[in-house]
Ligand binder design. Structure first.
Ligand code: TSJ
Length: 648
């Protein structure tokens, strides 16, 4: 196939070697990078890598590539290599440039060419290689094709050499290598995070069955390498997400199909938890806001299971239909579609709008799920029985909630008895300390600034919401008092405008138990009020680990490193008195104020979450809070080195 027919460049006026026009295109990218890659923060920086990798994934989807390697070289240079056909190098007649140069110098060329087939690079920010080139200090491309090695170099988007043959290779040895250094005058952050790349590349490997993706970090003396390769694709993704949970049946329900140009793949397995854990992907891009593909999925699931339950008398005629929520309780699922021209809608342009996606997912899943249930009646029975239990718990929870609502309407708004509220009523100035144990709660009440700091002591370990159904959660005293104290309500009643405190500060002992209680608290907030975390209202207090006394002077150290720094400064001899704090209770109120609560001196850790890693956050919580010991031990060992990193 002639290449010039294969390449369509959007900006017609850019043709004919009109260099100025072309440069203007990329200059626009440098002027307003956010428009093209979302942001110039760490997120945008990592996005550059995905933009390049997506091109290799397209080559894999087309069936010509089965291995992609991503390397972080010293000085945060990135190298992406694949064993595909190699980007075409012949001259594109319209522009007079080699095809590969068009890819790197003309805006949007990347997502447009090679018509036919499904392109992940045509997605949300799928703006292609030219944007990465424009935002790189330098970029080098290396193509192996027809027994030759071709090379070209660019600086800030402009070619500084012609495409040249720089060597030869076996004709069977084909592929593309792109190496680049992100421009440090554009990005606020230029250091790559291995874990962020690892999560995303693992996800990409799950979504592209059979493709191997290797990630290598060559910045330190000891190279670090991870390789991802899943013959089972999204089936293995679901198994991975359920790894630390107990599945309710062994099979992973799986189907794939195509309808009106939409490729659909779905994998489902229920576990004994009470959370829904479903992720939709459009052209390999996560869609947290959902859209038509998710609507089709939900409709098919609810209808097929109700029909199945009725037909097989698992649901009595007298019983109401199961709701979608009942069926999705404890369900882990991946819905992955590939579509030629995805339309994203809504405020954040993250919600899929294509109506053909809804009907494709709906009919492909309905057909296949019905067959699966007929062939696996034991699985059908388990899902229906679980859903009926969920339905009853939901009904009980609703009644309990209605009762509370009616009660508070009668009695007026009443705060929990244990809360020592602050006097200032402007939420902007106020903070609430959630404190473990009544005794630490007592010191905190004495220590606090009554005007702006409220204290809510909780008794012992709070309920693990990963392991409880809704009715128990809403019946739990500690959880009820947090909900009323915050003022926001919960679920469909949740309203962040009603939040009574700007900061919610979790204060626990600096030991293993304290960390466990903090995790239980975060789990509750993440599952039931994620908006509080998203908007940055949730913090962990950091009490000191050591008190050092020397010649009547006192220092507090919040880590072993800090203690050593102080000791180096003041001298290591026997006039040092070092106390290791085992709990908040060992400090008197003055010390607690000075070290942990005084806004002038304290250390607060803000809890954040990276929405790009949504599926990984779930793995974090269920691994930490689930019953299985082995996955938890592995997880903690793997993360032990960056425990101070609070991104959940
Ligand atoms: F776009 C890019 F430069 F960012 C990039 C593209 C970066 C990397 C690492 C790889 C690639 C890439 C592109 N890998 N493989 C391809 N394949 C093609 O561009 C290609 C090859 C052959 C034909 C053909 O019709 O013969 C068509 C295409 C689109």
């Amino acid at each position: 196939m002639a290449l010039d027919k294969n390449i369509q460049v959007e900006e017609q006026q850019n043709y004919g070697g009109d260099q100025i026009q072309i440069l203007e295109g990329l200059e626009a990218v440098r002027k307003r990078p956010g428009m093209y890659i979302g942001s110039t923060s760490s997120r945008g920086l990592h996005h550059l890598v995905y933009e390049i990798v997506d091109n290799s994934v397209d080559e894999a989807l087309a069936g010509f590539c089965n291995h992609i390697t991503v390397e972080i070289l010293p000085d945060n240079v990135i190298r992406v290599s694949d064993n595909g056909r190699g980007i075409p190098v012949d001259i594109n007649h319209k522009s007079g440039l080699p095809a590969v140069e068009v890819v790197f110098t003309i805006l949007h060329a990347g997502g447009k060419f090679g018509g036919g087939g499904y392109k992940v690079s045509g997605g949300l920010h799928g703006v292609g290689a030219s944007v990465v080139n424009a935002l790189s200090n330098w970029l080098e491309v290396n193509v192996r094709r027809d027994g030759k090695i071709y090379t070209q170099r660019y600086e800030r988007g402009k070619p500084v050499s012609k495409l040249e043959v720089t060597g030869t290779c076996e004709t069977e040895n084909t592929g593309t290598v792109v190496t680049f250094l992100p421009d440090d005058t554009i990005f606020e952050e230029t250091v790559f995070d291995f874990n962020i790349l690892k999560t995303r590349l693992r996800e990409t490997a799950f979504l592209t069955a059979g493709l191997r993706i290797t990630l290598r970090d060559l910045r330190a003396e000891e190279p670090v390498e991870r390789s991802f390769h899943y013959e089972g694709g999204i089936r293995e993704f679901v198994a991975y997400l359920n790894n630390s949970k107990t599945p309710l049946y062994n099979d992973i329900i799986y189907c794939e199909g195509e309808q009106n140009g939409v490729l659909v793949e779905v994998a489902i397995q229920h576990n004994d938890s009470f959370q829904e854990n479903a992720y939709g992907f459009v052209n390999n891009i996560l869609t947290p806001e959902g859209g038509t593909h998710i609507m089709g999925f939900r409709n098919a699931l609810t209808k097929t299971l109700n029909d199945y339950g009725r037909k097989n008398k698992l649901l009595k005629d007298s019983e109401p239909n199961l709701s979608g929520e009942d069926i999705r309780e404890g369900m882990t699922a991946i819905i992955s579609i590939k579509i030629q021209d995805p339309q994203f809608e809504g405020q954040t342009k993250q919600k899929l709008g294509n109506s053909e996606a809804r009907s494709a997912v709906d009919s492909i899943l309905s057909k296949n799920l019905e067959v699966f249930l007929e062939q696996n009646p034991q699985v059908g029975k388990i899902i229906i029985e679980k859903s009926v239990l969920s339905q009853r718990a939901r009904e009980a929870a609703r009644k309990a909630r209605d009762l509370t609502r009616r009660k508070s309407a009668l009695e007026g708004f009443s705060l929990p008895g244990k809360l020592a509220d602050c006097t200032d009523k402007d939420p902007k100035n106020c903070e609430i300390y959630i404190v473990e144990g009544d005794s630490a709660g007592g010191s905190a009440k004495t220590a606090r600034n009554r005007a702006t700091q409220a204290i809510l002591p909780l008794r012992g370990k709070i309920l693990n919401v990963e392991k409880a159904r809704l009715d128990r959660i809403y019946g739990n005293e500690e959880i009820k008092s947090m909900i009323t104290a915050f003022g926001t309500g919960i679920h469909e009643d949740f309203d962040i405008e009603k939040l009574r405190y700007d900061k919610i500060i979790i204060m626990t002992d600096a030991d293993v138990d304290g960390a466990h209680i903090a995790t239980l608290m975060l789990t509750f907030l993440y599952r039931f009020m994620p908006e509080l975390i998203r908007q940055g209202h949730v913090y962990l207090a950091k009490p000191p680990l050591y008190k050092l006394e020397r010649n009547k002077k006192i220092w507090y150290a919040y880590s072993d490193d800090e203690l050593n720094r102080i000791l180096d400064e003041v001298g290591r001899d026997n006039s040092n008195k070092i106390q290791r704090y085992k709990g908040l209770g060992e400090m008197d109120a003055d010390q607690l104020w000075e070290t942990t609560m005084d806004p002038e001196n304290r250390v607060l850790l803000r809890v954040t979450m990276n929405e790009d890693e949504a599926s990984e956050i779930d793995v974090t919580f269920t691994t930490l809070m689930g019953d299985k010991v082995e996955p938890r031990r592995e997880f903690i060992e793997e993360r032990a080195k960056d425990v101070q990193n609070l991104d959940i």
